[in-house]
Design a protein around this ligand. Structure first.
Ligand SMILES: *Cc1c(COP(=O)(O)O)cnc(C)c1O
Length: 391
């Protein structure tokens, strides 16, 4: 009888490389302190930037939506699964983002797959930063478009690629707004200028910029004052927004096209009522809570300055994502384990997510962390960092 033993070889290799990780099961808590193995642990790896996952208004909206609509939506959006709260969420999000329209998908991942996989054909070219997120890479793989990759934030290479792309029907430049493993910000004003010079479409994935960059967390387009000059913005509702889902913000034409063509939209059941309603509540909370974003940035800047003063290598970080570069996968995982023994959870990120010698422990600072929380983490980092020879 056939079996799946052929899979075990790769797992053995992961174990040999120190890259094998069982899943961590959290037992409770949703703020900066969570419970793991019966122990209180400081959470430094969550994308819950603003603490919205446990916001009372979001929880209440979810419970009320379950009472009114039930727990499931029952269908894909195009058949019987569009509830009035889905429509309301899209209108509120469009007003928040300052775009003509938005379209909500079940996740940021499927948003990129749905858009890239549907708008590009064999006569088009997509030009992508080498450090773009896996969902962008997979979205591009779904198309027959030509592809060009430029070195991370290398504007000369981008211009060269644009120059060589004049004969295509459409040129799409795609970049993360904030890079998820390094915490640096895309040079969007220069990308937009180049795109305008070479008649290209600009596509920004703001998964880590949604709720983080720009006024009230409106994203990188708002942060750089580029309204009307970025054709396609992708946001996630799963990170700072605190719930789950993703969305496209752009023109009504693009929305109309995606409703008819994006396969991840067409063939997957819509967001549950509780999810749609709590996303809607989150957009309202964001709109009136600039202080959350201020606290997020003041915490992030405090933490990064202290880490640099201690002598850590924080790579290219300029946002609340702060990597501490360690090195090999095994060293990285050992450092992460040592931190956990001190009560600080900071997951190691290793090859193939990052280069083999650029393994890192990635810290994500949030608005929910108090200064005492951050000092607790910094003390643990200083002790373990000295033992590991990092500082
Ligand atoms: C996390 C992330 C996504 C995926 O978003 P989900 O809502 O978690 O599916 C897409 N793009 C980037 C850049 C991300 O960091």
């Amino acid at each position: 009888m056939a079996n799946l033993d052929f899979l075990s070889k790769e797992l053995e290799q992961l174990k040999a490389d120190g890259r094998y990780r069982p899943l961590t099961e959290w037992e409770g808590g949703s703020g900066s302190w969570m419970t793991l193995g019966g122990r209180r642990v400081l959470q430094m790896s969550s994308n819950n930037y603003l603490g919205l996952t446990a916001h009372p208004e979001l929880k209440r909206a979810a419970i009320e939506a379950i009472e009114k609509y039930g727990v499931g939506s029952g269908s894909v959006r195009t058949i019987a699964g569009t509830l009035d709260i889905h429509g309301k969420l899209e209108r509120e999000l469009a007003a928040f983002k300052g775009t003509e329209a938005t379209l909500v998908f079940q996740s940021g991942f499927t948003t990129n797959q749905g858009i890239l996989g549907s708008i590009l054909g064999p006569d088009d070219v997509v030009i992508s930063d080498e450090l773009n997120h896996a969902s962008i890479i997979d979205g591009i793989r779904l198309t027959k478009a030509s592809r060009k990759v430029f070195a991370h934030k290398d504007l000369d290479q981008l211009e060269q690629a644009l120059k060589e792309s004049a004969s295509y029907r459409a040129r799409v430049v795609v970049t993360d707004g904030v890079f998820s493993m390094d915490g640096d910000i895309a040079p969007l004003p220069a990308i937009v200028e180049l795109a305008e010079r070479y008649d290209a479409v600009v596509y920004v994935d703001d998964a880590h910029a949604s709720g983080v960059l720009g006024r009230n967390g409106k994203g990188s387009t708002d942060h750089f004052g580029l309204h009307g000059r970025v054709h396609i913005q992708v946001g996630t509702l799963s990170k700072a927004i605190g719930v789950s889902g993703g969305y496209m913000a752009g023109s009504a034409l693009l929305k109309d096209y995606l409703i008819h063509k994006a396969r991840s939209f067409l063939f997957s059941t819509s967001q549950t009522p509780a999810v749609a309603a709590s996303c809607l509540a989150a957009v309202k909370v964001l709109g009136r809570s600039p202080e959350l974003i201020e606290r997020l940035w003041s915490n992030a800047n405090y933490c990064r300055e202290k880490l640099l003063a201690l002598g850590f290598d924080t790579g290219m970080s300029e946002t609340p994502i702060i990597p501490i570069i360690v090195g090999s996968p095994a060293d990285t995982m050992r450092f992460s384990d040592a931190l956990l023994a001190e009560g600080v959870y900071a997951q190691g990120i290793v090859y193939p997510t990052v280069a083999m010698d650029k393994g890192r422990v990635r810290l994500i600072v949030t608005a929910s962390h108090t200064r005492e929380d951050l000092d607790f983490a910094l003390d643990a980092l200083a002790r373990t960092g000295r033992i590991a020879g990092l500082i």
